[in-house]
Design a protein. Structure first.
Ligand code: HEM
Length: 211
């Protein structure tokens, strides 16, 4: 952006600051908190954590950051299940530019809309035993409806950073569980959801030990 400004003068300083802020706000906390929730949920479900470690070990050739990442179906399922139960961006705020209709609800231009992106993800109609952490629902393709999961939003404004985020999360999980184990330092029930633009695990502390 700075080069573009220097060479073509199409971006103002304000444009650059606004874009840098969007990328930081939209890209950093979301990915970091998804990783934190995933690790927290794994620490509460040792059998799922052990299965992840086994899957990583099967494909581990000693390279700390293998590229391209091997196909790790259990890790993918763990990430999806974490994003379903603990979506870091559970709400979005929209404003239609024209009168419109969503389903059978008429909405006038300019009406502020507050959408709960995570509503379907916790609905028993789409996910059996919806409150429980069960990554196998994604590997068995049972009790899970992909159409009800929107952790990255949808449509034309769907998160443009989703592939980067998923790659970062997979690489971090691979690096962590290849060599280390996480020991939570608190009663799991004391960990709370804290919503401040993104939803983070409040009070989650862990120590990392070599396994
Ligand atoms: C797990 C990580 C992430 C989650 C859960 C997430 C989630 C979301 C959601 C729900 C939206 C709103 C989409 C909509 O309006 O339908 C969004 C927008 C956006 N995200 Fe992400 N995001 C993540 C990571 C990232 C990363 C890594 C970047 C960039 C480096 C990024 C950049 C953006 C930008 C620029 C927008 C605004 C797009 C627009 O309004 O056109 N996000 N994200």
């Amino acid at each position: 952006m700075v080069l573009q400004q220097k060479d073509h003068q199409m971006l103002t300083d304000r444009d650059i600051v606004a874009n840098a802020l969007t990328l930081l706000l939209a890209g950093e906390d979301t990915t970091a908190n998804t990783l934190a929730w995933t690790v927290y949920l794994l620490s509460r479900h040792p059998e799922a954590e052990q299965k992840l470690i086994q899957e990583i070990d099967q494909h581990n050739d000693g390279d700390p950051l293998p590229w391209p990442l091997p196909s790790l179906p259990w890790m993918n399922a763990v990430i999806k299940e974490s994003m379903r139960l603990k979506p870091v961006a559970p709400q979005i705020y929209l404003e239609p530019m024209n009168d419109t209709c969503i389903g059978d609800v008429e909405i006038s231009k300019g009406t502020p809309l507050f959408l709960a992106l995570h509503a379907g993800a916790l609905d028993e109609a789409y996910f059996s035993d919806a409150q429980s952490f069960d990554p196998s629902r994604w590997t068995n393709r049972e009790g899970a409806s992909m159409n009800a999961l929107f952790p990255f939003g949808g449509g034309a404004r769907m998160c443009p950073g989703r592939s980067l985020a998923l790659t970062e999360i997979k690489m971090a999980l691979h690096a962590l569980y290849s060599n280390f184990k996480l020991i939570p330092l608190q009663d799991p029930n004391s960990v709370r959801e804290r919503f401040a633009f993104t939803m983070a695990p409040l009070n989650f502390r862990a120590t990392i030990i070599r396994r």
